[in-house]
Design a protein around this ligand. Structure first.
Ligand code: PRP
Ligand code: XAN
Length: 193
């Protein structure tokens, strides 16, 4: 997605610890036109699989996932990081590690909104180590739903998450790929695949 690649070139900032800051378009401020295009790209890539639900994780996955769900005209379910008292049991849970806040995070999805018969695509903001997508895939498996595909706005190709998720045997679609980033070269980014 060339518009996203250009936006990352313009706004991306390399932070210590191999973290890319794209708060101006994904993680703090959202650009509606760019977000809409993300949804269109994901929907075009996954529509042939006939999903009936989009699943993501709060908080930064929600915007691109909703943009996708709008085009596909299916519900969006987002995993919660804290279980609210309104959440109906039984719940499906898994753990991931927060890359931007540190520490382990519990993820919760209620059986009220995910279960056998659901055909699911997962959309998130970042694919780095792949740990978060694996946790979501675990929740989907626990629920009895079928995972059809994984989509992420930004892939950090140098962290090899895609390879680590290969055993899930589902297509992975990303919109921009950070090939590498360092002080000398800056952010080397290409269209995702
Ligand atoms: O592939 P991984 O190594 O798992 O990294 C990707 C995850 O890391 C971030 O979550 P984080 O909890 O840092 O942030 P968020 O609250 O902005 O979603 C991001 O939103 C992805 O969910
Ligand atoms: O804002 C972010 N920048 C990153 O580099 C990253 N990696 C995983 N999750 C991330 N979130």
């Amino acid at each position: 997605m060339q518009t996203l690649v250009e936006a990352i070139r313009q706004q991306g900032v390399i932070l210590p610890g191999g973290i890319l800051k794209v708060d101006g378009l994904v993680n703090h401020q959202l650009l509606p036109g760019l977000t809409r295009e993300m949804g269109e790209r994901f929907a075009a890539g996954f529509a042939h699989l006939n999903p009936n639900k989009v699943v993501t994780i709060e908080v930064s996955g929600i915007a691109p996932a909703l943009a996708t769900a709008l085009v596909l005209n299916v519900p969006l379910v987002y995993a919660r990081k804290k279980k609210p008292i309104t959440m109906q049991e039984p719940t499906f849970t898994a753990q991931s590690v927060s890359r931007t806040k540190g520490g382990a995070v519990d993820l919760f999805v209620s059986s009220e909104y995910l279960g056998p018969g659901d055909r699911v695509i997962v959309i998130d903001d970042f694919l780095a180590s792949g740990g978060t997508l694996r946790a979501l895939a675990g929740i989907i498996a626990l629920s009895g739903a079928e995972l059809l595909g994984l989509g992420c706005v930004v892939e950090k190709g140098f962290e090899d998450g895609r390879t680590r998720l290969a055993d899930l045997n589902v297509p992975i679609l990303t919109l921009a790929n950070i090939v590498r980033m360092n002080e000398a070269e800056g952010i080397v980014v290409e269209a995702g695949h």
